[in-house]
Design a protein around this ligand. Sequence first.
Ligand code: KIV
Ligand code: ZN
Length: 518
Amino acid sequence: MSDIQQTVNEANRVIIFDTTLRDGEQSPGCSMNLEEKLKIAYLLDEMGVDVIEAGFPIASAGDWEAVNEIAKVLKNSIVCGLSRATKKDIEASASALKPARQSRIHTFISTSPLHMKYKLQMTPEAVLEAVAESVTFARSFTDDVEWSAEDGSRTEDDFLCQAVEIAIKCGATTINIPDTVGYSVPEEYAAQIKMLMNRVPNIDKARLSVHCHNDLGLAVANSLAGVQAGARQIECTINGIGERAGNAALEEIVMAIRTRNDKAPFHNNIKTEMLTKASKTLSTTVGFNVQPNKAIVGANAFAHESGIHQDGMLKNAQTYEIMTPESVGLKKSELVLGKHSGRHALKDKIQSLGYDIGDNAFQDFFKRFKDLADKKKEIFDEDIIALIDDEVGRDHDHIKFRALQIVAGTEGPQTAEMKLIVDGVEKHTKVNGNGPVDAIFKAIRDIVPHENAHLQLYQVHAVTGGTDAQAGVTVRLEEEGKTVTGQGSDSDTLVASARAYIHALNKLMTKRLKSKPE
Ligand code: KIV
Ligand code: ZN
């Protein structure tokens, strides 16, 4: 590659900053426990994300711990922690990030007239002072400091230029201009980025970043417009999860750049073949299924229903497909195993799917696999993944599912007879309910009372096609403002429902123990 080519390449490199574990996790119903955050962080690291915003360490002991554990294990990505413009926040990020190979402290303060007056109740002068102090303090811990102007897109030009100049002077190496409330339109946002590029005298010493929310459905368009105008970092989340209508979706941004490189001649490190896996893993973890027509990762994104389209596809796939399913990691469901498959074949399959389960967990897993194979003739990759999500890592659960008998149908009462193991002791109950699912949830409540927890979400989906498909169930419980999400899968929807509820309840118990004062 010639020197000129190399310089152009470097100039067109866009940093992908993923905030699924911070802005994404902050949104209602998306909270994750430590194990789940680690799973997502490993995946993002492997996928080639440059910067992973792992959390907001001052927010809670759990947030601090998650950032700290992620900082200990990640091999490639820069690990980032968010902090407001206070010493306490910045110290919490610095201490959590200490073990990281590469770390970044991200500090922010609002700069729009509305936020300064009503939210911060600070004068513009005091805000500028806080920018200088916070960035200088963050730089005393690391050379990699990002500063964000919260509500930046609604900030007056002159004031934003002043704040950005001060942040860079004090050592910020990345300057982020969030469209915090998703209010901007692409032309306007691009003009703002251009304005900063032209007017801030020391702008060449920092990288500009875009962070767009999706309140008007414009987050991806705004992000791309910002990059066209000169920004070289995009902040985004898997499946676009995030506050309110969410953030710009990573998979959409990356595939837009890949597919329309003629118009968006930028490059990044993302292995796009991992996008489908990342989307599915996040969906099952937080219990947020993406809509079927969602770009890139929706169930219909590569489906062709109408006769005319199918005819075109058979003649030449490019007639109706602008990217290949393979480029986003979508493979045809593979028929993998059946009831005659042995331990070796199952172990190989688990490894080829990118999972690693210990020997003890494998014994239980093999039994569940055999039970499933007895009921379901064909077992697909998705079935194995659903079983792994349901089974693995639950050794320490307080409550374990043992057995369920249901009486259902038009002639009531619908009854659930349930056996659970609670802290090693077998417990049994039989209760009536308003339908079988209600009876199951009541039975669990009867054995393990939890009066203050409320059911927020109950969702069922088929893991694969066919009438013998496994059901994947998601249950979300809320207790005193804390939410937890549980998953369960089984060829019987009602058993899957019980498993999902028990999974959520176990998480709630862990959360309660963690929030108890020492
Ligand atoms: O949307 C926003 O303004 C943010 C900042 C904290 C970066 O998430
Ligand atoms: Zn945000």
